[in-house]
Design a binder for this molecule. Structure first.
Ligand code: MN
Length: 324
């Protein structure tokens, strides 16, 4: 990490405003890391904007210092940045239309913890052992003279809690608990943030989550549990509450949440417990993620989706978990 210090500080010393971004359909780690980085740049007297291909996730609004700091490419056509920070993003294609806001000769700082990161940046700091990109910032930001104050600590802690499922996933190793302690020492309110991230859902959203989960299907032999939602008719704001219910089903080792997002367009979130690598499976379908959590976009009819991708997943699971 220290080898990167000069390169890193060089990028942060560049002229002009910074663009900070993460992958489309941003998750808690992506958004929280962007906010932590923006607050750090602000402390260094630098102006920055956070851009994303998709809308902001309201649950994380409390971390953002100014609503105007979050921008969408469609509202800023023709504007380009020469200093860019890409966080929690395995490959540059995953930033979607934010690519239009990056100058061809921009300096790009790539900070990520995905094992499949393609080192697309001018400077690349990739640590697959980190629980989250947010956790990496605890070491990276002070290299450039940033003091982790309470607001930055809140954002970092939110990213860690988000990617570890509230310190319950297998990536919650002792170093993560040490990182959490450090953020609490910086003034972060662990219980308050956990409450905001995991224990609050709007009434209408809760009703939708319960309806979707009441129709979930269990494939016992394959140990797969599946849920479906038509986002075009009945949009759900967040996927995590449904994914949490699916992941809690004791009979299943793999869970799949399928969303219809347009005509012949489906998004899938796939989660697993244990060694089953959903990231390798997702990569075959041009998706990606981590061993136990991955995403896929499928273009085609639902019948095709069932006949190809889902049937392949069922075959794989039957091999893995089927009774001998
Ligand atoms: Mn992450």
């Amino acid at each position: 990490m220290t080898n990167n210090k000069e390169l890193l500080c060089g990028i942060l010393a560049g002229d002009g405003d910074f663009l900070i971004t993460s992958h489309y359909a941003p998750d808690g780690d992506g958004l929280s890391s962007c906010i932590a980085f923006r607050l750090a740049l602000k402390q260094l007297g630098r102006r920055s904007f956070i851009a994303n291909h998709d809308p902001f996730v309201e649950r994380y609004r409390f971390l953002l210092d100014e609503d105007e700091a979050f921008i969408r490419p469609d509202d800023h056509k023709g504007r380009v940045f020469f200093n860019v920070v890409v966080l929690d993003t395995a490959n540059i294609e995953r930033i979607g239309s934010v690519a239009d806001m990056i100058a061809t000769d921009a300096a790009v700082l790539n900070i990520d913890h995905h094992m499949t990161n393609t080192n697309f940046g001018t400077v690349n700091i990739v640590d697959p052992k980190a629980s989250s990109t947010a956790q990496m910032l605890i070491e990276i930001l002070p290299l450039c003279g940033v003091k982790i104050d309470r607001r930055i600590a809140d954002a970092i802690l939110s990213g860690i809690l988000s990617d570890t499922g509230g310190l319950r996933f297998a990536n919650t190793v002792p170093a993560v608990l040490e990182a959490v302690k450090r953020m609490m020492d910086c003034g972060s309110d662990m219980a308050g943030i956990s409450d905001r991230l995991f224990l609050r859902t709007d009434f209408d959203e809760a009703v939708k989550v319960n309806r979707i989960c009441s129709e979930m299907k269990l494939f016992r032999k394959e140990k797969i549990v599946m849920a479906y939602n038509d986002q075009t008719e009945n949009p759900l704001t967040e996927n995590e509450p449904v994914l949490a219910v699916l992941a809690s089903i004791a009979e299943a080792m793999v869970s799949v949440f399928i969303r219809k997002n347009g005509e012949d367009f489906y998004k899938l979130s796939v989660r697993s417990k244990g060694d089953f690598n959903v990231s390798s499976f997702a990569e075959k379908w041009n998706g990606g993620g981590h061993r136990n959590a991955a995403g896929i976009r499928f273009y085609g009819s639902y019948e095709e989706l069932e006949r190809t991708l889902l049937s392949e997943l069922k075959d794989l699971c039957l091999k893995e978990y089927g009774d001998l």
